[in-house]
Write a protein that binds this ligand. Structure first.
Ligand code: PEP
Ligand code: MG
Length: 323
């Protein structure tokens, strides 16, 4: 079956009625690029840069070390889009050389963009490495855990400052870098139409969006039944995010597990998601499915899903639409 799917490696991710979407891969290190390309990935939809920091033993990775990693990924993708997420540390992800504050709820605490806006020295180093690497491919940068427009503005201003500094130093930089954000906090999903006026794109992080919407720790077995990608409340947040972006002419991806979920993909297609980013091994089977679906039919189905009251109803609806 794996072999049968390989014929779709260079095929378009296009529906029966001619609507094209983009299927991308999630990566953690430059070594993962090969797997994305071998599985027909049309881009990298999420490069989790925290592994660069977690693999470093004594100190934060230097600007040059980071530059090399980002350059390798951008060059490796040969001009295909690469979405790099800035440092998403904290929560469950710790560093051997950095002391995090003691907190009752680390997942609700000092992490990701919150830490980066506090420790701008760490953040600026990463931004410089990224901007320097931008000439080697098609770079999109996104900030994790954005809750307020003010945070997005602060992060983007630091990016613009470092970009201007590099230019004045005579360093070559791309003038096509897109600057977007993850939508993984419900507050950002609800206010997506406002964020979309300033962000170039969104990528929906459903692993956290579901955790925070359901108030259910994603690491806890006991409450794992609340991880419900097809819950109509989650679908409505996804819809608000996509509609808010499209109103401003911006694109929306999804890089959480939900993007590669076989029952979720038809609904996401119907809601108008532009880019699906997943583990490389899921790309080809998702492409096969997309190529068997009608966008227009999935729109009708998704509209009904939004009116359901629980996951059982949505699941039945999706299964019927796939028959
Ligand atoms: C997410 O939250 O859905 C996501 C893609 O990021 P991570 O799983 O790294 O938190
Ligand atoms: Mg996340």
């Amino acid at each position: 079956e794996k072999e049968a799917l390989k014929v779709l490696k260079d095929a378009k991710s296009v529906t029966t009625d001619g609507h094209e979407v983009e299927l991308a891969g999630n990566i953690g290190t430059p070594k993962d690029v090969e797997g994305v390309l071998n599985n027909g990935g049309e881009g990298v939809g999420l490069y989790r840069t925290e592994f660069l920091y977690m693999d470093s033993e004594l100190d934060f990775p230097s600007e040059d070390e980071q530059f090399e990693a980002y350059k390798t990924v951008l060059e490796g993708m040969g001009g295909k889009k690469v979405v790099v997420r800035t440092l998403d540390i904290g929560g469950d992800k710790k560093l051997p050389y950095f002391t995090f504050p003691e907190e009752m709820n680390p997942f609700l605490g000092y992490r990701a963009i919150r830490l980066c806006l506090d420790r701008t020295d760490i953040f600026r180093t990463q931004l410089r490495a990224l901007i320097r690497a931008s000439v080697y491919g098609k770079l999109c940068i996104m900030f994790p855990m954005i809750a307020t427009l003010d945070e997005f503005r602060q992060a983007k201003a630091l990016f613009e400052e470092e970009k201007a500094k590099l230019i004045s130093e005579g360093v070559a930089v791309s003038d096509h870098i897109e600057v977007g954000m993850m939508v993984e906090i419900p507050a950002a999903a609800v206010l997506a139409d406002q964020f979309a006026k300033e962000a170039d794109f969104f990528s929906i992080g459903t692993n956290d969006l579901i955790q925070y919407s359901m108030a259910a720790d994603r690491m806890s077995e006991k409450v794992s039944y609340l991880y419900q990608p097809l819950n109509p409340s989650i679908l409505r947040l996804v819809k608000m995010t996509i509609d808010g972006a499209h109103k401003e002419g911006k694109w929306v991806g999804m890089c959480g597990e939900m993007a590669g979920d076989e029952l979720a993909a038809p609904v996401l297609l119907g809601l108008g998601l532009d880019e699906f980013s997943m583990s490389a091994s899921s790309i080809l089977r998702t492409r096969k499915m997309i190529r068997s679906l009608s966008k227009q039919e999935m729109e009708v189905m998704a509209e009904k899903a939004l009116q359901c009251s629980n996951i059982k109803e949505v699941t039945e609806l999706v299964k019927n639409s796939l028959k």
